[in-house]
Design a protein around this ligand. Structure first.
Ligand code: ADP
Ligand code: 5GP
Length: 193
């Protein structure tokens, strides 16, 4: 049995990764979602084990120590990481999995899984990105400014990705990513998936 595809959806905070990923999973229900671990506090409505595995700093450092994370990164004052076993088991069972992670982590995954499909989600403009972070209403002004300065550095790493998808409209962005997945499944004699 051939392995599943590892799809990494990355891009700056507020670009719409979460929104697009949720919509994509409705369109492609067989796509498995990798739930990350984080030390960030849950936002209103977020559930442990569904949105994230919420961990204390001590628990997170223990996961790193035990090599339970495929990658991890510190992002704007909190740790985020991808549980390793779930990703490997899903791929080995022939299913596709999507990781929705920030840019440093995505590039670490690329070192370990160069055969992965790396998709960078772009905002239509930086002004629109700021409006989206502000409109989400989950961060204070200082954190918004911090996330915006990180965003500009992240966008400069775009060339290291396989695909760039503009999230102008959620439905269009989803269709573009779905097309990428379909095309990658149709590839012959390229990267061994
Ligand atoms: P990320 O996961 O990249 O941090 P979110 O999915 O939380 O981003 O989206 C940030 C905000 O932008 C949310 O309020 C979301 O509703 C909004 N948003 C996402 N995609 C679009 C879009 N295509 N057009 C307008 N608003 C969007
Ligand atoms: P948020 O706090 O807005 O949920 O996430 C902040 C950033 O961390 C987002 O860009 C999100 O994609 C990223 N992120 C979420 N999970 C992971 C992960 O497991 N690893 C890494 N490197 N980044 C993650």
């Amino acid at each position: 049995m051939s392995k599943g595809l590892l799809i990494v959806l990355s891009g700056p905070s507020g670009v719409g990764k979460g929104t697009v990923c949720t919509a994509l999973r409705k369109r492609v229900p067989e796509l498995i979602y990798s739930v990350s671990a984080t030390t960030r506090q849950p936002r209103l409505g977020e559930e442990n084990g569904v949105n994230y595995f919420f961990k204390s700093q001590e628990q997170f450092l223990d996961m790193i120590e035990k090599d339970q994370l495929l990658e991890h990164a510190e992002y704007v004052g909190n740790y985020y990481g991808t549980p390793r076993d779930f990703v490997e088991e899903t791929l080995n069972s022939g299913k596709d999995i999507i990781l929705e992670i920030e840019v440093q982590g995505a590039l670490k995954v690329k070192e370990k899984f160069p055969e992965g499909i790396f998709v960078f989600l772009l905002p239509p403009s930086l002004d629109e990105l700021k409006d989206r972070i502000q409109g989400r209403g989950t961060e204070n002004q200082a954190t918004i400014e911090h996330r915006m300065s990180v965003a500009e550095q992240e966008i400069s790493l775009l060339q290291q990705y396989d695909y760039a998808v503009v999230n102008d409209e959620i439905d269009l962005a989803c269709k573009r990513i779905e097309s990428i997945i379909i095309a990658e499944h149709c590839k012959i004699n390229s990267k061994s998936k």
